[in-house]
Design a protein around this ligand. Structure first.
Ligand SMILES: Cc1ncc(COP(=O)(O)O)c(C=O)c1O
Length: 458
């Protein structure tokens, strides 16, 4: 125990097992695992549990802690804000939320310039989808209500967003049926190409073509938007070939369909660029963001749109966008975001993410040469991933009864790295503050852990 005054881990674990729904697990599994990790404190890239164990946070909490843990400048900004103006009033604003909206318009590409604020990523995407459909209505195209998303993507857990994309880590079997407005197309994922493409470029062209085909099949006049993450995380850092997003942009423009980027994870420096949009050289009409905007020090998300979109809502009362949340544009969230973005800028964290990403990529390639359970390694900046397979030729995954994810999670944990491995992908996404030595240490621990699992499963 690092703090003698506190009760031990078991005390809180039991409370959680008896009284909490904890995300994507249940009371039985928590009990079998000996209870969830109870965090006591955190600093830099490290988290400390109540038993005095210290771990490198290998996935930044859940891809949000861009500026690292223990940034007192941000907590102080929140405290000071709550002590002055602690919330706005209906249809009012606060100085900090206006300043943040201006800041976001300055750092996002193109003329993305008007932001609606909410509390997190799912709400941000929900808002983006509503904004897109309302935009079409303002333009006299009431019939555009369908959304095209890509298999393997994740856009949130609310009743609407959960149906977009889809991947094994987030089953939706309890919530059937799938709504009629959701169209799903293949992901531009060359390693698991669905078209028989011979190269990443061919895969990109085929994947973009699949979007065009589905727009034509559904009837362009019924399609509202295409949504996707510029680089997708759930299947392990998928960066499509450089031709993909510009092609998708062209297709959307050709058919009057809006392009929405979900930058909930990719935004604010994680890819070694301020936004995924910069990396893939494509500006969307609407961009959702959350997580890295405050590094999780306060729940905040938002959707920012171009002038083409926002101008559709200017005019008399009939033009108003009918959408709000009670806690939109919370001043404490805005204060946290401004302080957080200052840290990103002053410490050159965007550049650091690029360099550390290259360092990790090199190590992952070495690991792939050594361990035959690794099928593919991929990623960019600080969204990297390793995909495990039972057999490299067939690319077949290990059966879930093998428990590869638990084996690997345990080996990592024993050696001081906290990454819960979901299914067959090891995600690697440390805070952007990680330095070269810490990156080396993180990679060595991953290497040693995979060596053990590789031996066990071979
Ligand atoms: C790409 C992406 N979009 C949306 C979300 C949903 O965000 P939240 O959990 O804050 O609602 C997530 C969450 O992990 C995400 O990764």
């Amino acid at each position: 125990m690092t703090n003698k005054d506190q009760k031990d881990m078991n005390y809180y674990q039991k409370m959680a097992i008896d009284h909490m729904y904890v995300g994507m697990t249940n009371q039985t599994l928590m009990a079998e695992e000996g209870g969830p990790l109870v965090m006591e404190s955190s600093d830099g890239i490290y988290i400390n549990d109540l038993e005095g164990n210290r771990y490198i946070d290998g996935i930044s909490g859940m891809y949000f802690r861009n500026v690292g843990h223990g940034q007192n400048i941000i907590s102080k900004a929140i405290y000071e804000q709550l002590n002055s103006v602690s919330m706005n009033v209906y249809s009012g604003i606060t100085p900090k939320s206006a300043e943040l909206a201006k800041k976001i318009s300055e750092i996002t590409p193109g003329d993305l310039s008007r932001t609606f604020f909410c509390q997190g990523g799912s709400e941000a995407n929900e808002s983006s989808l509503k904004l897109a459909q309302a935009f079409h209505v303002r333009n006299g195209e009431k019939g555009r209500y369908k959304i095209i998303s890509r298999k393997g993507s994740y856009h949130g857990s609310t009743y609407g967003t959960m149906w977009l994309g889809g991947h094994p880590g987030f089953p939706r079997t309890d919530y059937q049926p799938k709504p009629l407005n959701v169209i799903t197309v293949p992901h531009p994922h060359f390693y698991r190409d669905e078209f028989g493409s011979k190269s990443p470029e061919e895969n990109a062209i085929n994947s973009a073509q699949a979007i065009e085909d589905s727009i034509i099949f559904e009837g362009a006049e019924s399609v509202s938007a295409v949504i996707g993450e510029p680089v997708s995380q759930p299947l392990g850092g998928i960066l499509p070939h450089e031709s993909y997003w510009p092609l998708v942009r062209e297709i959307c423009d050709k058919y009057g369909v809006l392009l929405i980027f979900d930058e909930v994870i990719t935004g604010f420096g994680r890819l070694g660029e301020w936004f995924g949009a910069n990396l893939v050289k494509t500006t969307p009409d609407i961009m959702s963001f959350a997580k890295g905007v405050t590094s999780g020090y306060f729940p905040l998300g938002g959707t920012v749109s171009t002038k083409k979109v926002s101008n559709a809502f200017a005019g008399g009362p009939e033009k108003v966008w009918s959408h709000m949340y009670t806690y939109s544009a919370h001043p404490a969230g805005a204060a946290a975001a401004l302080a957080n973005l200052k840290i990103v800028e002053e410490n050159d964290l965007v550049e650091n993410a690029k360099l550390r990403g290259l360092q990790i990529s090199e190590k992952l390639i070495e690991m792939k040469e050594k361990y035959k359970i690794i099928g593919d390694v991929r990623g960019v900046g600080l969204i990297q991933g390793i995909e495990f397979v039972e057999d490299r030729d067939s690319k077949k995954h290990f059966h879930s009864s093998v428990g590869l994810n638990k084996l690997l999670t345990d080996e990592l944990r024993k050696r001081g790295v906290w990454i819960r491995v979901p299914a067959f992908i090891l995600p690697i996404a440390p805070p952007l503050t990680i330095n070269a030595d810490q990156t080396e240490e993180l990679c060595s621990i991953i290497d040693e852990s995979i060596a053990v699992v590789n031996k066990k499963l071979s």
